[in-house]
Design a protein around this ligand. Structure first.
Ligand code: NI
Length: 182
């Protein structure tokens, strides 16, 4: 099942999402639907608040990038109750976009490496350092779980320039190829 994607301005995108209990009902079905929703929208990541649920569940799928990055061949993972517990001191800039903020792409600075704890789809615990593009996608997606959207992290000047576009999104003036809720 494909969910509508909640657009910038929807209050759920500003909530701090809760960890879920291990017996959360129909978790596998939720994850499968999140994969389907993400791939249909050509996204590389989707966080549960983007489908209206303030819970700590994220899907990431990087296979579309595997031509240039063979390590991402078949990469399709779910992250349950993820938390970033440590980051490197350096910051790197990279252009980001978001299914909840269609039509906007901006450079964002983030640490290059992060230490994350989470449960995988089989509910096995992990504690690992991640770097590179995956660390970037994780930080973007896990930000959603803390009520942050990437445009919060652009420079004040860029943000000022984006203001009218963001206001349009909150007013429901959205054009994109997937189902949305604004
Ligand atoms: Ni996003």
């Amino acid at each position: 099942m494909i969910y509508p994607i909640y657009i910038y301005g929807q209050p759920v995108l500003r909530k701090v999402a809760e960890d879920i209990p291990l017996d959360y009902p129909n978790l596998q079905e939720l994850i499968d639907n999140m994969y389907e929703t993400m791939f249909r929208a050509d996204g590389v990541g989707l966080a549960a608040p983007q489908i209206g649920l303030a819970i700590r569940v994220v899907t990431i799928g990087l296979d579309a990038l595997s031509e240039d990055n063979p390590e991402f061949k078949g990469f399709k993972r779910a992250y349950i109750n993820p938390h970033i517990i440590e980051t490197s001191d350096d910051e790197v800039a990279m252009e980001e976009g978001c299914l909840s903020v269609p039509g906007i792409h901006e450079s964002v600075k983030r640490p290059s490496k992060i230490r994350v704890v989470y449960l995988d789809e089989q509910l096995q615990p992990h504690d690992e350092w991640v770097e590179g593009f995956l660390a970037r996608v994780m930080q973007h997606e896990f930000d959603h779980l803390d009520g942050h959207v990437f445009v919060d992290r652009v420079s004040p000047i860029r943000r000022q320039l984006l203001k009218s576009k963001l206001i349009n999104l909150t007013k429901g003036k959205v054009r994109c190829s997937y189902k949305t809720k604004s």
